[in-house]
Ligand binder design. Structure first.
Ligand SMILES: N=Nc1ccc(S(N)(=O)=O)cc1
Ligand SMILES: [Zn+2]
Length: 259
């Protein structure tokens, strides 16, 4: 199969995006020594279920499931959030073959992959584009993914079953009736901290909510994810949504919703 794309190097991003060296960057290592239980943290709540979405192999970066956040919004609130946040897109980060591919790590340990559900603050802003640059603009739920028995809700299967149809860059496909709530693990436990986008433009606009319990997918499902590829200068390369290494906490506190 095609070799994994050589990462253009997250370490090169600073030249074009100096914020890469700022003090509110993501991902981070969620070290238990740095996390503090906060009894005031509420459970996460989805007010509505998204129905329509479009799955896209977005040019060599990842696959992205975009939701229609205007007519039938899927609204997240509760947790550490003030106000309503609309689900705009979800995507994943993974590694190559046996390499782990999560972006956040837990006490130095990485998972096979990480699902990101990206929401924007619709109580304060009028679009994702407006919110993405604001310090309280986005909320991203991160869900770790490990290989094990297939995801019991089968919701993730609705996504991985379609991936073979978008293996080429730029291909897209409709996927409706996805219930994001079912993409969350059964445990409501999460960590939360203030961070950034993990890929350029690295805006420091994300309230991160990382679920403690990983989802399990089958080896076949992970293979479907890892078999996405794109054409770069005439050569097929596999999408390697690689992954920015953990960034300095720089004094930030990580709150835990669990003891
Ligand atoms: N609009 N661009 C982006 C949205 C989310 C992320 S991430 N990987 O932090 O969820 C990165 C870039
Ligand atoms: Zn991401």
């Amino acid at each position: 199969m095609f070799e994994c794309s050589k990462s253009l190097g997250p370490h090169t991003w600073v030249h074009q995006f100096p914020i890469a060296q700022s003090s509110r960057q993501s991902p981070v290592d969620l070290r238990s020594s740095e996390t503090h239980f906060d009894a005031k943290l509420q459970p996460l709540n989805y007010d509505d279920k998204a129905t329509s979405s479009r799955m896209l192999n977005n040019n060599g970066l990842s696959f992205k499931l975009s939701f229609d956040d205007s007519s039938d919004p899927c609204v997240l609130n509760g947790g550490p959030l003030d106000g309503d946040f609309r689900l705009n897109q979800l995507h994943m980060h993974w590694g190559c073959d046996k390499l782990p591919g999560s972006e956040h790590i837990v006490d130095g340990n990485a998972y096979a992959a990480e699902l990101h559900m990206v929401h924007w603050n619709s109580s304060k802003y009028s679009s994702m584009q407006q919110a993405v640059t604001q310090p309280d603009g986005l909320a991203v739920i991160g869900v770790f993914i490990q290989v094990g028995k297939e995801h019991e809700h089968k919701e993730l299967k609705k996504i991985t079953d379609l991936l073979p149809k978008i293996t080429n860059e730029g291909s897209k496909i409709e996927l409706s009736g996805l219930n994001p709530l079912l993409l969350l693990p059964s445990s409501t436990a999460y960590w939360t901290y203030l961070g950034s986008l993990t890929t350029p433009p690295l805006h420091e606009s994300v309230t991160w909510i990382v679920m403690k319990e990983p989802l399990s997918i089958s080896k076949q499902q992970l293979k479907a994810i890892q078999s996405l590829y794109f054409l770069r200068s005439g050569k097929y390369e596999r999408l390697l949504n690689n992954n920015r290494p953990p960034q300095p906490l720089a004094g930030r506190k990580i709150r835990a919703s669990f003891k």
